[in-house]
Design a protein around this ligand. Sequence first.
Ligand SMILES: [Zn+2]
Length: 247
Amino acid sequence: MYDQLKSLAKKWLPPGLLRRFEPQLRALVTLKYLGKNHRCNCCGTRLSTFIALERGDDLCPRCGSLPRSRRLWRLLSRFDLRGQRVLHFSPPRALADRLRGASLGQYVTTDFEDEFLADERYDITNLDLPDDSFDLIICYHVLEHIPDDRTAMAELYRVLAPGGLGLIQTPFREGETYEDPTITDAAGRLAAFGQEDHVRVYSVAGLSERLRAAGFTVEPRRYPGDEFYGWRDGETVIWARKRGGDV
Ligand SMILES: [Zn+2]
């Protein structure tokens, strides 16, 4: 139902108008979901249920957060973010709103495809940013779209400050990373990689290995689920650190 409503709204409302009134539209939809069984840790709303999206994710109706954003906010809220310089790729609104309120030293958002509200439109394989300029980079569900992902990882490493941390996630499969550059059409990519605009599907080990080759110290962390917060069981976030610095 939610998926249908959203696609209707996208079809009939101009994108600018939709973005402007999204909070009000969400507040209206949320009335139906208020309750005590769950809590969104991004926006603090108590819910009778999350909205089950067709692809299996539990969405918060109030702030639009997906499980991975709520998990990431839980991780980030344990950091001392004050004064930190943060580069955020394809930032979901729910997270960006939280981070803007976190007394960061600098918060730069970027989205190449213009799907998310963002300050910049950087090419991740050629970032127009100085070396060593961020303490934290958030790069979720981006690398699986990038044909030259090794160059992208080198760029992430370059702009991260020594000792800085990259929090990186993509969809994962068991076994080895699967890619095939001869599959270039949307239907083929959907069948092979799970989405029409994905160019590969990583394994945790495969992505970790490429990040290590780019210079990072890599630690994949796997997290347990929690129904109350609508977090998925077994979600993996790759912690990728640049050597050096005090950390
Ligand atoms: Zn929420």
